[in-house]
Design a protein around this ligand. Structure first.
Ligand code: FMN
Length: 194
């Protein structure tokens, strides 16, 4: 049986870890990434349509992603262009071991609203987060950069109704995150007992 105390510990110990906290140049075994992605696909999803798709960048692929997001940013930013953002979009991917593009493919079933497909993919991402924690790895979900740019969808073969929901950066942790806190449960839960 699975020990509930260990699950409590795993869930509460999960933290976002950012690229500057990763051990530079240390690559996670692809076999571990496959286990983590397998866990992602065991997320709940309405209608058993599994509305997720993942594109994994690693090795030279990270350079390809860095170029894709920085150049697309440059192309679309117009007068809001910031050199610092461009540099970050170009350099941060190279600090990761793997980057997973998180895509939502809209289910064909019209009775399932979009929000439920998004919710299912978010459940899959939480499985990624928890699995990373169990493997002693770090990472985070970012919706920055080119996430919500229509032009970015082309690269990931996403149709009009599909969505790019961001990118998950993964690496070995050199500097752990500290100082996490959550609001008291009473602020977030209402009990009705009679
Ligand atoms: C949908 C979603 C989008 C996020 N996007 C970003 C982001 O663009 N940049 C960022 O620094 N963190 C992002 N995060 C991570 C949050 O910053 C992080 O979850 C939050 O600070 C709480 O920390 P914890 O994950 O360690 O509990 C995102 C998280 C979620 C769930």
């Amino acid at each position: 049986m699975i020990n509930p105390q260990e699950i409590n510990e795993l869930i509460r110990r999960r933290r976002s870890t950012f690229p500057d906290q990763f051990e530079a140049g240390k690559k996670v075994d692809d076999a571990i990434i496959k286990e983590i992605l397998t866990n992602a696909t065991w997320a709940p999803n309405h209608g058993k349509q599994e509305p997720w798709h993942f594109t994994v960048f690693t090795g030279e692929g990270l350079k390809k992603f860095a170029e894709l997001q920085s150049e697309l940013y440059k192309e679309l930013a117009g007068e809001n262009f910031k050199e610092i953002t461009y540099d970050k979009l170009r350099q941060n991917p190279l600090k990761a071991s793997h980057i997973i593009a998180i895509c939502m493919k809209k289910t064909a079933n019209k009775n399932i609203p979009e929000v439920e497909d998004v919710a299912a993919v978010a459940c899959a991402v939480q499985n990624i987060y928890l699995s990373l924690t169990a493997y002693g790895l770090g990472g985070y979900w970012t919706t920055g950069g080119i996430t919500y740019k229509e032009q970015a969808k082309t690269f990931f073969n996403l149709g009009e109704e599909d969505k790019l929901l961001g990118f998950f950066y993964i690496g070995y942790v050199a500097i752990p995150s500290t100082g996490a806190a959550r609001k008291p449960l009473e602020e977030k839960v209402t009990w009705i007992t009679g």
